[in-house]
Design a protein. Sequence first.
Length: 250
Amino acid sequence: MSAPLMQATGLTRRFGGLVAVDAVSVDLHRGQVHAVIGTNGAGKSTLINLLSGEIAVSSGQIRLGGKDITRLSQPRRARSGVGRSYQRTTIFPALSVLENCRLAAQAWHQKPWTLWEGAKSCRASLDAAGAALDAAGLSDALHLTAGSMSHGKKRQLEIAMCLATAPQVLLLDEPLAGMGAEESERMLAMLERLRTDHAILLVEHDMDAVFRVADRITVMVNGAVIASGDPSAVRTNPEVQRAYLGEAHA
């Protein structure tokens, strides 16, 4: 296997006396989906926040493409190729689908020196937005008002906005939450397409979806990793069965 695109080693985050993430290590490889599962409060979203730079680590190291990015700010990590989505949809509901994506692309394709050029006519941003919407399966919804779309389509748009910033690593926090069967199928199909060119970390509670799409699974309990491996090994791990999966996924 090639070297990981993103590598986190011994990540720890303390909030006073609470250890939210306790010496967690994960490797993310291009072409793979690495799922992180666990009960509420296990530290999964905090781990994503550490990897994306939204909160600082207490100890540990994060490398991207072999470069230490542990102390980089969230904006600098985003420009270096780290994109993320959130549990709650973060779109501009009053704007069109294209405008949402164009604004995200514009944040990455910044041109402060072109004072005479209107932002809406920036060809680089428009091209990036169009490509991202196509990848997310929304090329037929460019001019719809974002707030008028279904929950599933809004989640697709959020990932498209992330793609418009040209990420190498995608950190996806519960992208299937609140979706029906048809919407979930669209999202899983999109993840299958995106894995080719990206390293994906997926936090998700839908175990059927996780075991369907993940190449590797890490299980967290109380901030620490209790198991990590391929889906078949995790599925049959007795400690994981006791702590999280139960007999339904044995």
